[in-house]
Write a protein that binds this ligand. Sequence first.
Ligand code: ATP
Length: 215
Amino acid sequence: MKNILLIGLGRFGRHIAMRLNDLHHQVMAVDIDEERVNSALAYVTSAQIGDSTNEEFISSLGIANFDVCIVAIGESFQNSLETTSLLKELGAKKVIARASRGIQEKFLMRNGADEVVYPEKQLASWTATRCSSEHILDYIELDKDYSIFELSIPADWNHKTILQLDIRRKYGINVLGVRDHGRLNMNVIPDMELTGDQSILVLGMQKAVQKCFHI
Ligand code: ATP
């Protein structure tokens, strides 16, 4: 369980709060807008109404005690930048800041962010990749070369085993798991037989996965 400070309760911040609540993390939420704080109360451990660019207010939260601080302010880049840099100055262990334009990523990193999330860009990339083939059910880009894909089983793989397919040797692709009727089995063994109604979770170079799965 992590102790997380979440600043900014717009749609993005609220979705983060809900997910962190599902994952049983301890979250303190902050927003300048009382209504937004009230509407997030059900998903967070504690909440404060305040301006995150106000040093006195933000230092009263004990920033160094949080494992992660998330700055989910989108529209006002000035507020986002000031908050990010203040958090770092006050000893934040890790600051994740939100960018809503390409140029902002660079400034946030230079001003104390340890990581930057750029939801529009990241989701656009995910959506474009997903819809580029009906075989791609999900994907996570690990770096510019490697990704994890969840793919439907190609028709000509039906009733073949992982050993017979030999995709690690042929394409350098590792099978991480097989999803069968919604249940993910990560205990993959070579003589596991695949069927057309399953999906497969693989890790490999994007180019190799495209070639192997004819994407
Ligand atoms: P979203 O895009 O997530 O729906 P939004 O467009 O409604 O958000 P933004 O301007 O991106 O609103 O700000 C996100 C949240 O951050 C808002 O709820 C806003 O009140 C809050 N916020 C903005 N500046 C500050 C600040 N200085 N201190 C605390 N909260 C702030």
